[in-house]
Write a protein that binds this ligand. Structure first.
Ligand code: HEC
Length: 155
């Protein structure tokens, strides 16, 4: 029997919408194509960290900085971003890039998942392995369900 996890995490998309959107636009639309240009992964992460503190006025965990950096990488590569922010015995909650088509795969079954703005919820026996599949503009990313996991967009 898995232990019940109800840890409420802050997702990168809602943190962005709270602290960054006023300067960088919805979904990062004001960054333009120069976002991250000439920066290594470590430099982008450092920039995100500094921005969270200096401009966003946030107190952030290392996980949140990693997730926010991954979200920025998804903006750079126009790939859908997914994050799992709560897991209970029967329900999984997360965030995903608005406009993404989401599906849940459990074994050989694939079911549609509703996305409301950036938030999704799915009823699921969390002891069974499951994968969230996100498709947007012809690009697909897959994320195994697990508390605090997010899409890693490799540079
Ligand atoms: C008050 C406005 C403002 C807010 C709020 C703000 N930023 Fe910025 N951000 C800027 C400006 C101006 C620049 C470009 C100047 C610079 O490089 O320092 C920048 C640059 C960046 C860059 C580098 C962009 C590139 O092209 O590589 C990243 C990444 C970034 N911000 C992330 C964030 C994140 C994440 C947040 C929210 C936690 C945030 N910013 C909040 C003003 C803001």
């Amino acid at each position: 029997m898995a232990t019940m996890e109800v840890l409420p995490l802050r997702g990168a998309i809602s943190l962005y919408d709270k602290a960054c959107v006023r300067c960088h636009g919805p979904g990062g639309s004001f960054y333009g194509s120069d976002l991250g240009k000439g920066k290594t992964a470590a430099q982008l992460r450092k920039m995100v960290w500094e921005m969270c503190i200096a401009q966003g006025g946030l107190t952030v965990s290392q996980r949140e900085i990693d997730a926010m950096t991954a979200y920025h990488r998804s903006i750079m590569y126009t790939e859908p971003y997914i994050e799992v922010i709560a897991v209970t015995e029967s329900k999984v909650t997360g965030e995903a890039t608005p406009g993404t088509v989401l599906e849940l795969q459990v074994g050989s079954k694939v079911l549609p998942v509703a996305l409301t703005e950036n938030r999704w919820n799915v009823l699921l026996d969390a002891s069974k392995p499951a994968t969230i599949i996100a498709t947007r503009n012809g690009k697909t990313t897959r994320l195994p369900v697990g508390l605090g996991k997010f899409t890693l967009h490799q540079p």
